[in-house]
Write a protein that binds this ligand. Structure first.
Ligand SMILES: [Cu+2]
Length: 208
């Protein structure tokens, strides 16, 4: 049923007069002025209680930054030393046993420092020379760079003495490692396995 017909049924006789004079207000308006149907204003009035939605949205906003930062995560950043490209800027890092760790190796282009590729490799205690020498032996492999100088195990996986590692970060780039810290407290060596680096480019991850 059209609105017009509906209006006509509500107000018998009105249809004829509306057709006679097209300056007449539309039937809906005419009827609403008589109080027969709700005016558009009346219809929107009950929407006012929806207003409290605005404060609710506003109060939800402060919760977002809290969710973005995970307090249980150890968010670590390490770089080549500003005065020596063959050393890390930190020789000591500390995390808790079993803690989730995000380690970022930031290798920025620095003035007065020769840019070199680096990686960050966490190894089992006492295994830095074993892993460092295995990486050195990769220098004959034409795909060593693509393999990020991460030595492999006999079955083609990652070397069994490696606990976590980043890829190589070329000068001006970053590489990340996300891992769970060893459950066992102890001092775990980290090295850069790019050939020639591990003797100096090293440090200790303290798990305690
Ligand atoms: Cu290095």
């Amino acid at each position: 049923m059209s609105k017009f017909l509906f209006a006509a049924l509500l107000a018998p006789g009105f249809l004829a007069s509306a057709q006679d004079d097209n300056r007449q207000p539309p039937p809906n308006k005419a009827l609403s002025s008589l109080g027969l149907i709700a005016s558009p204003q009346d219809a929107t009035t009950p929407a006012t209680p929806a207003t409290p939605a605005t404060p609710a949205t506003a109060s939800a906003a402060p919760a977002a930054p809290a969710a973005a930062k995970d307090p249980s995560l150890a968010d670590l950043v390490i770089k080549p030393a500003a005065d020596n490209p063959m050393m890390f800027d930190q020789a000591e890092l500390t995390v808790k046993p079993g803690q989730k760790v995000k380690l970022t190796l930031d290798n920025p282009i620095q003035p007065n420092v020769q840019g070199l590729p680096h990686n960050w490799v966490l190894v089992k205690p006492g295994k830095e020379a074993v892993v460092g020498n295995a990486a050195l032996a990769m220098a004959a492999d034409p795909k060593a760079m693509q393999k990020h100088y991460i030595p492999a195990s006999a079955d083609g996986g990652v070397h069994p003495d490696i606990l976590a590692h980043t890829t190589l970060a070329n000068p001006g780039s970053k590489a990340e490692a996300e891992f769970t810290a060893p459950a066992e407290a102890g001092d775990y060596p980290f090295i850069c396995t790019f050939p020639g680096h591990f003797l100096l480019m090293k440090g200790t991850l303290h798990v305690k």
